[in-house]
Write a protein that binds this ligand. Structure first.
Ligand SMILES: Nc1nc2c(c(=O)[nH]1)N[C@H]1C(S)=C(S)[C@@H](COP(=O)(O)OP(=O)(O)OC[C@H]3O[C@@H](n4cnc5c(N)ncnc54)[C@H](O)[C@@H]3O)O[C@H]1N2
Ligand code: MOO
Length: 415
């Protein structure tokens, strides 16, 4: 074992806590990629490179939150009463005619209040009689969206490091912003390691299996908004592996491999990477996914995930995701777990933190509880497909039915 996060702890056979590995990786994350200016319709899932301040007040002027009648609250007797109707303002129109004492105007949702008006009454509470309208008692300011109440001109609209979702794009558009500065998507080179791997569609010889990590990991990277350079399975010769890794390092910001990071002798991944850079083999207190490697290839960061398909998937979600998101320029990179009652017993404490394939199900009283799939093998993916998330059981901990457990919905990890 070379230098790195766990040092003598790992050498003595102890396992590195998952949170320590994540912290170490966040410290090692490279600077984000170069900045690009893109139109809003190209910005979904991209990470803002600069703070954005509002160029205008939101809303830009006082406006009605209801279809109804606009008035000056001080004109209406405490018990309600009649005002004279003097006009009509629809959304998209504006009136600069000040409201006079005793007057009201017909107004529609989103329309600007006329000068002097301060209150709106929804139409269903009013009665129109010819030129007059009867209005119930009001409070000054009812049903009015005040100028600048959401955001004042110059306020921070969105902070650098924010990944843009539908609501952020809507907010930017609502403030009249057409383009934003974002980081170019990370270019991640993906390679699988293992002589036994064949691609779906090919015939299998005895001892061979299909390469599933290539597809699950590529899909994760894409759903995280990153660009995948897919180099397939590494050739089974050391020289050819080195060439594939060198090419990937030259073309990408970071490299990701799966397989070949445990204690076996068969795989030449470690040898090839040592020849081109450096390798730290870690033993994490995580199940599935204990063996994990970090290092660099020709100056580019490299993470080696374990080969077992669920171990690769879960370590990608838990350990790789924060590292890549930080390298992509995001500030908030750690998921916030829910705390929910367990619908299971976990009687046997383990020295590794368990990430168990789970889903939420209604318990007898109708509240939600966390259920486990009976099959938790790190080699199998069917349970992960059944699951909606991961139940987290801490090292050396037992869980009894109805105890609170941490639950990470896939929805919080896969985007
Ligand atoms: N003596 C020990 N053996 C193992 C240990 C250990 O501590 N001592 N750790 C086990 C654990 S935990 C895991 S996880 C695996 C990880 O091993 P590697 O990362 O070196 O992965 P491989 O040996 O290459 O493969 C493991 C397993 O996964 C299959 N695999 C690999 N790549 C793919 C792929 N792209 N698609 C589908 N399946 C893949 C491979 O065929 C093996 O079955 O090590 C344990 N062993
Ligand atoms: O962690 Mo390994 O993934 O237990 O098989």
């Amino acid at each position: 074992m070379s230098s790195g996060a766990c040092g003598s702890v790992c050498e003595s056979g102890a396992l590195m806590p998952v949170d320590e590995a994540i912290r170490y990786l966040l410290d090692q994350a490279p600077l984000p990629p170069p900045v690009q200016r893109v139109a809003l319709d190209q910005a979904l899932g991209r990470v803002l490179a600069t703070d954005i301040h509002s160029p205008m007040n939101l809303p830009a002027w006082d406006n009605s939150a209801m279809d109804g009648y606009a008035l000056r609250a001080c004109d209406l007797p405490a018990a309600g009463g009649y005002l004279t109707l003097v006009g009509r303002i629809a959304a998209g129109q504006a009136s600069n005619k000040p409201l006079q004492p005793g007057q009201a105007v017909r107004i529609f949702t989103g329309a600007p209040l006329p000068p002097g008006a301060d209150t709106v009454v929804p139409q269903e509470s009013c009665q129109v009689e010819g030129e007059r309208v009867w209005l119930p008692p009001v409070h000054d300011g009812d049903h009015v969206r005040k100028e600048g109440e959401e955001m004042r001109q110059g306020d921070l609209l969105l902070r650098a490091g924010k990944r843009l979702r539908a609501q952020e794009l809507g907010l930017l558009a609502g403030a009249g912003i057409a383009e934003v500065e974002v980081y170019r998507p990370l270019q991640v080179g993906l390679l699988s390691s293992g002589d036994e791997l064949r691609e779906p569609g090919e015939a299998l010889a005895p001892g061979q299996i299909y390469n599933s990590n290539r597809h699950s990991l590529a899909a994760l990277l894409r759903s995280w908004g990153m660009q995948v350079h897919d180099y397939g399975a590494m050739p089974d010769k050391l020289l050819a592996s080195r060439q594939a890794l060198s090419l990937a390092a030259a073309e990408c910001d970071l490299l990701l491999t799966s397989g070949g990071v445990s204690v076996g002798e068969e795989d030449h991944l470690k040898q090839a990477i040592e020849a081109l850079g450096s390798v730290d083999l870690w033993r994490l207190a995580i199940q599935p996914g204990k063996p994990l490697a970090f290092g660099e290839v020709a100056g580019k960061p490299w993470i080696g995930l374990p080969g077992n398909p669920s171990a690769a998937l879960i370590t990608a979600l838990i350990v790789l995701r924060p590292f890549l998101f930080r390298a992509q320029g995001m500030d908030e990179v750690l998921p916030v777990p829910l705390q929910l009652p367990a619908g299971f017993d976990w009687p046997k404490p383990n020295r590794r933190r368990q990430y168990l394939r789970a889903k939420l199900a209604p318990s007898a009283d109708g509240s939600l509880c966390v259920e486990l799939h009976p099959q938790q093998s790190s080699a199998m993916l069917a349970a992960a497909c059944w699951a909606d998330g991961l139940a987290v059981v801490e090292c050396q901990t037992q869980v009894r039915l109805h105890d609170k457990v941490m639950y990470l919905p896939f929805a919080s990890l896969m985007h």
